[in-house]
Design a protein around this ligand. Structure first.
Ligand code: MG
Length: 260
């Protein structure tokens, strides 16, 4: 198993694989067209929490990437589904204004929430904000992290991601956050179920050795690491995760899969 030629469906990360901070990865649109022409279905799973799914799809289309809104699985949408279907009903949203529309069906409570949802808010972190979340979690609110990424790739290099703040809140409250995005198995399972294929026929394509490759391989997927985005030789070597395949970029994916 885990032969690239036996892959019949793909879960593909967006930022760092198809584009880097809004700049399309050379060859990505062409690669996605060849994969679609070969009849291999793709779902795009992203921990991006700064844009709504609708805005994400519009932006991808603007970059020339042939990706439909319905094929995008984002952490904010998955969090909203969790809160609506299984979780606490009243939530405080510590998220970017741009993703609030993904939480339309969630009742917002800033004062006495049953859950505090934490996403990327850029430079808006402060002691006061963290202390307020700390107190609400101590009072019984569930800490829900859209993801727990350590760092991400920007045009200026690697930057600190929200995982540092989530880990800090977990340490101080002695409570574990519920992590919604990759590498949480439930997030991968949504994409796998939507593809309707057995896990051993699906590959995950990502730039994050731990969240993408580690999370996907733990779900039985074939892990295909790309050397774009946040990939660094030393960071990949330091990870306990070993991808099944490594390629220079998504442009090489059709050839790896043996597609015309
Ligand atoms: Mg990525």
């Amino acid at each position: 198993m885990h032969e690239a030629a036996s892959v019949r469906g793909l879960l593909i990360d967006l930022d760092g694989v198809c584009h880097i901070d809004g700049m399309v990865v050379p060859g990505a649109p062409e690669a996605l067209r060849r994969i679609a022409a070969a009849g291999i279905p793709c779902r795009f799973i992203t921990n991006t929490t700064t844009r709504s799914r609708r805005a994400l799809a519009e932006r991808l289309g603007g970059m020339g990437l042939p990706i439909a809104e319905g094929a995008v699985f984002s952490a904010p949408r998955a969090a909203a589904s969790y809160l609506r279907e299984h979780g606490p009903q009243r939530a405080r949203l510590v998220v970017a204004d741009a993703v609030r529309e993904d939480f339309d069906a969630v009742a917002v409570d800033e004062i006495a929430p049953q859950a505090v949802v934490v996403g990327d808010i850029g430079p808006n972190w402060s002691y006061q904000l963290l202390d307020g979340i700390f107190r609400q979690v101590l009072a019984g609110a569930q800490l829900v992290a859209l993801h727990k990424g350590r760092y991400w790739q920007t045009a200026q290099g690697l930057s600190l991601d929200i995982g540092a703040f989530v880990a800090g809140l977990e340490y101080a409250t002695r409570r574990e956050a519920l992590v919604i995005g990759k590498p949480a198995p439930a997030f991968f399972l949504q994409g796998i179920a939507d593809l309707g294929l057995p896990a051993e026929r699906i590959a995950i394509v990502g730039d994050d050795i731990d969240s993408d490759i580690g999370g996907g391989q733990a779900c039985g997927l074939t892990g295909i690491q790309v050397r774009t985005g946040k990939w660094r030789a030393d960071l990949a070597a330091a990870s306990p995760v070993r991808p099944h395949r490594t390629i220079d970029s998504i442009a090489e994916l059709p050839s790896l899969l043996g597609l015309p």
